[in-house]
Design a protein around this ligand. Structure first.
Ligand code: TRP
Ligand code: SF4
Length: 403
C-alpha cells in the first residue's frame, strides 16, 4: 500500500435535522470541490450527535439517512468519495477507548467547545463522560483513517489540534520498537541507492541544521515513493523527524473558504435561530419566507429611503446577485426607487433556481431507498477495511496481540 495521507480528507457532520442553505454554502460546496481532488471520506457522525441528544435519540436515525440523501442530492458522488456512518464502524470506539488511556484529562477539559457548549445548551445536562470525550472521539475518527487534512469550520480547529497532540503522544509512546534505527535504515535502502542517499542527506540537514525546507522536501519525497510498505513508510517518517514510527500521522485542519450564509433575519443561518431555508423545502414555502423576511426597519413606507447595509436582504444579494443587480439594489433602495418586494424578487428567483435541481434529485432518491442504502453499505464496507487495518497496527504497537 502506498502512503497518501496528505491526499486523504476526512470530515463528518452530525445528523440533527434537515440540512439547509447554511450547510450547502458553508460545508457541502467545499466538499464538492474537494471530492475531485482528494481521497475523501465523509461520514455521518451519529455518535457525536448522541453526546448532546442522548435523551431523545429518535431524531438521529431519521436525519442520518436523510442527510446522506441531501449529500447525494447536492452532488456528492459516491464514485469519488466514501460515504459512511460512524456507528457502523465500531473500530472508532475501540480506538477512542485505547486513546483515552493516554489522554490527560486536562487536554479535554481545556478544549474551548467543552465549556462553551455546556453554557449554550444549558437546557441539556452535558456534564457527562461522553460529552467531555467528544473531541477524543473526533480524534479517533480522524486518526483511524490516517487523514492528512480535515476540512472544518473555525470552531473545530481546537479539535483537530487535540487530534494532533494525541497522535504525537501515541507515536511517542508506542512507536518505539526494538531495533528501530536498523529497521529505518534498512527501509531507506529498500528505496534504492539514489533515493536512500537523498533521504539521508535531507534527514541530516533537518536534524543537524534544523532545516525546515529539508524536512518538507523529505516528507514530500516519501509521499511520492509508492513502492514502500506502510510500516516502512512510518519508520522512515519517524526516523526523519527524530521520533519513533509514525503510526498515526498528525492531521491538519483545512479551513473552509469563508462563507457566511445569512439567515432570514440576517444572523448566521442556523437551526437554533429558526432562520433557515431547507434544501428540500417546497418553493411556495421558500417564496413565502423570503417575501416576509425583515428589511431595513427604517423603510416603513414605500417612499422612505433605505440602507442596504442595515438590511438582511442585502446579505442575500451579496451571495446571489451580479454586480449589476447589486448596484440596482443600492441605488433603488437609497433613493426609494424600488420597493422591498421588487428588491427581493431576484433573490427569490436565484434561491429557487439553485434549489430546484437539488430538490428534484432528493425527491428521486427518496423514492429509491434501496439505492441509497446500498451506497451507504458500500461506503461503510470500504471505510471499515481501512479502519480495521489501522486497528491491527494500533493493537500490535500497544502489545495487544495475543498468540
Ligand atoms: N465535530 C464535528 C462538528 O460538529 C463533526 C465531526 C465529528 C467531525 N467527527 C469529525 C468533523 C471528524 C471532522 C472530522 O461539526
Ligand atoms: Fe432591503 Fe432591498 Fe428593501 Fe432596501 S429595498 S430595505 S435592500 S429589501
Amino acid at each position: 500500500m502506498s502512503a497518501t495521507y496528505d491526499r486523504r480528507i476526512l470530515s463528518g457532520m452530525r445528523p440533527t435535522g434537515m440540512l439547509h442553505l447554511g450547510h450547502y454554502h458553508g460545508v457541502l460546496k467545499n466538499w464538492l470541490m474537494l471530492q475531485h481532488e482528494y481521497d475523501c471520506f465523509f461520514f455521518v457522525a451519529d455518535w457525536h450527535a448522541l453526546t448532546t441528544e442522548y435523551a431523545a435519540p429518535e431524531i438521529i436515525a431519521d436525519s442520518a439517512y436523510e442527510m446522506v440523501v441531501d449529500w447525494l442530492a447536492v452532488g456528492i458522488n459516491p464514485g469519488e468519495a466514501t460515504l459512511f456512518v460512524q456507528s457502523r464502524i465500531p473500530e472508532h470506539a475501540e480506538l477512542c477507548l485505547l486513546l483515552s488511556m493516554m489522554t490527560p484529562l486536562g487536554w479535554l477539559e481545556r478544549v474551548p467547545t467543552y465549556k462553551d457548549q455546556q453554557e449554550k445548551l444549558a437546557e441539556k445536562d452535558l456534564s457527562t463522560y461522553g460529552f467531555l470525550g467528544y473531541p477524543l472521539l473526533q480524534a479517533a475518527d480522524i486518526l483511524i483513517y490516517k487523514a492528512g487534512q480535515v476540512p472544518v469550520g473555525d470552531d473545530q480547529v481546537p479539535h483537530v489540534e487535540l487530534a494532533r497532540e494525541v497522535a504525537r503522544r501515541f507515536n511517542h509512546l508506542y512507536g518505539r520498537e526494538p531495533g528501530f534505527q536498523d529497521k529505518a535504515e534498512a527501509a531507506a535502502r529498500k528505496m534504492g541507492k539514489k533515493a536512500a542517499k537523498l533521504y539521508f542527506d535531507l534527514r541530516k540537514r533537518y536534524q543537524e541544521q534544523g532545516d525546515a525546507e529539508a524536512l518538507a522536501t523529505a516528507r514530500a519525497f516519501l509521499e511520492s515513493q509508492h513502492n514502500i510498505a506502510l510500516s516502512d513508510h512510518e519508520r522512515l517518517l519517524g526516523y526523519l523527524e527524530g521520533s519513533g514510527r509514525t503510526i498515526l500521522p498528525e492531521p491538519e485542519a483545512l479551513l473552509a473558504p469563508e462563507a457566511r450564509m445569512p439567515g432570514l433575519n440576517g444572523e448566521k443561518m442556523s437551526k437554533s435561530y429558526g432562520n433557515t431555508i431547507g434544501l428540500r423545502e417546497a418553493p411556495e414555502s421558500i417564496t413565502q419566507k423570503l417575501r416576509t423576511m425583515p428589511t431595513d426597519p427604517a423603510r416603513v413606507r414605500r417612499q422612505d429611503p433605505g440602507e442596504p447595509e442595515k438590511c438582511p436582504v442585502w446579505k442575500f444579494h451579496q451571495v446571489y446577485s451580479s454586480a449589476e443587480v447589486q448596484s440596482w439594489v443600492q441605488v433603488g433602495c437609497r433613493g426609494a426607487g424600488i420597493g422591498c418586494l421588487d428588491c427581493k424578487q431576484p433573490v427569490i428567483d436565484a434561491v429557487l433556481a439553485e434549489l430546484a435541481p437539488i430538490r428534484e434529485r432528493a425527491l428521486d432518491l427518496e423514492r429509491d431507498t434501496d439505492a441509497v442504502r446500498a451506497i451507504i453499505a458500500d461506503g461503510c464496507e470500504a471505510a471499515r477495511d481501512v479502519a480495521r487495518e489501522t486497528m491491527d497496527e494500533v493493537r500490535e504497537a500497544m502489545g495487544l496481540v495475543y498468540r
